[in-house]
Design a protein around this ligand. Structure first.
Ligand code: ATP
Ligand code: MG
Length: 415
């Protein structure tokens, strides 16, 4: 951290909190920035921290790297001394957020959802400060709402506002069903903001309607100041294109073992690395620019940059030592994998000149060709290039793999 968050001026705090946010349009960003500044000034004056929240729906048992993007934002508010709530969407989960989906989602029971949520807070505390985090479950205020209260909430919105949403509009034009209960998702989330009397809500860009249209509107209609929306970009999943999502299965769960997590990060397509550095790591903007530069000018091999990314991500969740062990494991498996499945073998009974071996294996038609191959650096023993034409293989060196050119292998064993 360049500056201690506690020492930041209001302007610096605004820059810190708005950094990396994505509203889709410049005007919304300006408005949110203005409102955030006003709230921060007020909080500094009154000494009353802001109420900030992030909601996550436990439709499965795992939080993933995508969730850590808004969680990291929430953490920044914690660093500045604000009151942060990690809201478990125990009631909203039963319906499922239709925001980024173009099909109706299966409904779950409260029991199923609560079972999924068992380790949610433990997982969240990998990023959030447990001492400074309040945990709430939204069934505590959503389940007791009466029908009359629900009708009142619904009366603040038009059907057109909902039909204008991208994914509903698509379904409507295709003639696919849009069930009435799906409309209530945004209302429920909006009511969360009312129940928490929240100043700020953090979420991904898929939450713009829920946070801006539903949440702010409901708060205003019910006499509260509308919350400031802090909107973060969406992290793509392991396919590199689609939003990382627990219901699609392209996610990297934060509960994965160090080795599994390292391997998953290494399987990411190269082009998403800059986004992962920006959204998932603890890197400062200057460090991120360095990595981007190295990727753009080719001064570092993309695989090495990806290993740095994998090390950093594993270290966030498992610590430095585990990250190093995971890397050593990956290298071992990766290098083994690069060897062909079945390598022919030759048994040695005496120390043997390398040149002789290459000819005997049929990798060169004459000793002079074998010498030329060695001099050119096309021959290696146990992964180490040797340019010594006098080289002999000693018995103590075996077993060892001889490699000539790109794909000729021979495993040498002691007879
Ligand atoms: P589902 O597919 O069931 O909707 P989800 O993976 O989208 O699950 P949610 O519980 O809906 O998870 O999301 C909780 C919060 O995390 C929301 O604010 C959402 O915008 C954010 N979020 C989820 N996935 C990502 C992601 N890939 N990148 C950034 N933020 C994300
Ligand atoms: Mg979602």
């Amino acid at each position: 951290m360049a500056i201690d968050p506690k020492q930041m001026s209001i302007d610096e705090q605004v820059v810190y909190l708005m950094q990396g946010c994505d509203y889709g349009d410049a005007e919304t960003r300006r408005n949110m920035e203005k409102e955030l500044r006003a709230r921060l000034i007020e909080a500094a004056k009154t000494g009353k921290p802001l109420k900030v929240y992030l909601g996550v729906d436990p439709r499965t048992t795992d939080l993933h790297l995508g969730h850590t993007v808004p969680m990291r934002k929430l953490r920044q508010f914690q660093e500045l001394g604000h009151e942060c709530t990690f809201l478990i969407g125990s009631f909203t989960s039963t319906i499922g957020d239709p925001s980024d989906k173009d099909k109706t989602r299966p409904q779950l029971t409260l029991e199923e959802v609560m079972a999924n949520a068992k380790t949610y807070t433990e997982q969240a505390f990998k990023i959030l400060d447990p001492e400074l985090t309040k945990i709430h479950y939204n069934h505590t205020w959503l389940a007791p709402l009466t029908f009359a209260e629900l009708i009142k909430l619904a009366s603040h919105f038009t059907v057109q506002q909902f039909l204008a949403r991208d994914n509903f509009a698509k379904r409507y034009s295709k003639g696919d069903p849009i069930w009435l209960h799906e409309f209530f998702y945004a209302l429920m989330q909006g009511y969360d903001a009312v129940a928490l009397e929240t100043d700020v809500q953090v979420g991904g860009t898929d939450q713009i309607f829920n946070i801006m249209t539903a949440g702010r509107k409901l708060q205003q209609s019910l006499g509260q100041k509308p919350q400031v929306a802090i909107i973060v970009p969406l992290l793509p999943g392991t396919d590199g294109e689609i939003k990382m999502s627990k219901s699609i299965g392209n996610h990297i769960a934060i509960r994965l073992s160090a080795e599994e997590m390292y391997g998953k990060v290494m399987s990411l397509p190269d082009q998403v690395m800059p986004l992962y550095f920006k959204l998932v790591t603890r890197y400062l903007p200057a460090q991120i620019s360095e990595v981007e530069q190295a990727l753009a000018d080719g001064s570092r091999h993309p695989r090495d940059i990806k290993m740095e990314l994998a090390r950093e991500i594993v270290s966030i969740f498992h610590g430095d030592e585990a990250a190093q062990t995971a890397e050593a494991h990956f290298k071992r498996v990766f290098q083994q994998r690069r060897l062909p499945e079945a390598i022919p073998e030759m048994t040695l009974t005496d120390p043997t000149p390398l040149v002789k071996l290459i000819v005997a294996a049929g990798f060169a038609s004459s000793k002079s060709e074998a010498r030329r191959l060695i001099k050119q650096g096309g021959v290696s023993l146990g992964g180490q290039v040797t340019k010594d034409i006098q080289r002999e293989i000693a018995m103590e060196e075996t077993p060892v793999v001889l490699k000539v050119g790109k794909r000729k292998f021979l495993r040498l064993r002691r007879g």
